[in-house]
Write a protein that binds this ligand. Sequence first.
Ligand SMILES: [Zn+2]
Length: 233
Amino acid sequence: MKYSRQIIEIGEEGQRKLFESSVLVVGAGGLGCSAIQVLAGAGIGKLGIVDGDVVDITNLHRQTIHAGKVGMNKALSAKQFVNLLNEDVVVETYNTNLNSDNARELTSEYDVVLDCTDNFKTRYILNSVCVRQRKPLVHAALMGFEGIVMDILPGGACYQCVHPSPPDEIGEIGVVGATPHILGAIQAVETMKLLLGLGKMLVGRALHVDLLNMEFYEIKIERNPSCPICGNI
Ligand SMILES: [Zn+2]
């Protein structure tokens, strides 16, 4: 009964597939909060949540699942939300920030990984470790009213094909709450499509979202044959 409206679209077999799947969300900030809500509601069997930060009052305008949890670890706060929303979902929390020492271990047992991080260093590490394991990675990044989403799948372009060298970290950026809500929801639905084998993925193209002008458009993405990460895999 719980999933009856979703089963009309994806069928009982699809629902079973979601329940047998595991997804790791790296970062329980704006993007992560949005993706976690959708994935937990959809009945993903196991959700891993990685975040070493605590909820701050300045997060709540966009990270609404952390309501009432200022000072609590974000991964734990997100788990409490998921437990209330859907008791079917098993949640593993990792009170740490992903780095080059723990990235492989954190990601290895999950079917799909979501890049919901907010800095270039972690994105490059996550891209490298997922590409080397041939593990699907759904990437998003944003600033202000704008953002971008792309699926990094085996055989397709990786993050480093698109961004060959890391730019300088920007520090604290402006963001309106709607931007991560929309982009995180897109990451979640891309994850569901991937697990179910449905539709057309964001491969060979990235989706650029400009909410200020309300324009959604594709950017063509090409694999770089000499990419140091995916070039020889
Ligand atoms: Zn590459």
